[in-house]
Write a protein that binds this ligand. Sequence first.
Ligand SMILES: *Cc1c(COP(=O)(O)O)cnc(C)c1O
Length: 237
Amino acid sequence: MFTSDDRIRIKDNLNTIKDRIATAAKRSGQNVEDIMLVAVSKNFPVDAIEVAIEEKIMNFGENRVQELIQKYDILSERCKWHLIGSLQTNKVKYIIDKVHMIHSLDRLKLAEEIQKRAESCNRVIDCLIQVNVSGENTKAGISPDEVYEFAKAVSQYPNIKVKGLMTIAPYTEHPENVRYVFKQLKNISVDIDQENIDNIDMRYLSMGMSHDFEIAIEEGANIVRIGSSIFGERKYG
Ligand SMILES: *Cc1c(COP(=O)(O)O)cnc(C)c1O
């Protein structure tokens, strides 16, 4: 059950998060308007998203295709949908006409499928290359020393527009411990940018979640993906 207390709590949380983003942006020398907040709504109901929309949040992140589709059926184009979780090739067809951005481009087979489906519905899909900076073997993503080759390969696909990089830092009690992950993703994006690959743009760095987004912003994040600090603790997933 979604209650009026839930509504108030989400509004309060959003105000706090917006302030914290603004403060971190100032510290990092970025304009707060240049930092995109993707509210991660996975496991939370459409009612919760509607409260965030009232608070002028435009971008929502989902990590499961099924859930994204269900919510899209209700909310449609009232907001923009970001696919932030690993994407199976056989599910691309369900979201290709719905997503605003895919954050988890991590293999050529997936790029091939996105190209094929995007072409058939005449769209160009904004994608971020997911990088496994920390090297944890439980994490998806291209390894840092293969990002350049991967970007070169993806640049051949006219219906995919690479707009930057994404990473997930390891969970830690002390987010200072993962500052190096954000620094390294920034460095990779600067290096790739200097290569001037056709059709590859390094405008966005999607990094930072509830417990580490301020450090990510200090290191140059301009997309942060925040779930539990807005909507509350998830019961599962
Ligand atoms: C769940 C999730 C988030 C948000 O995590 P919180 O800790 O709830 O802020 C961000 N990015 C990805 C890829 C996620 O799966």
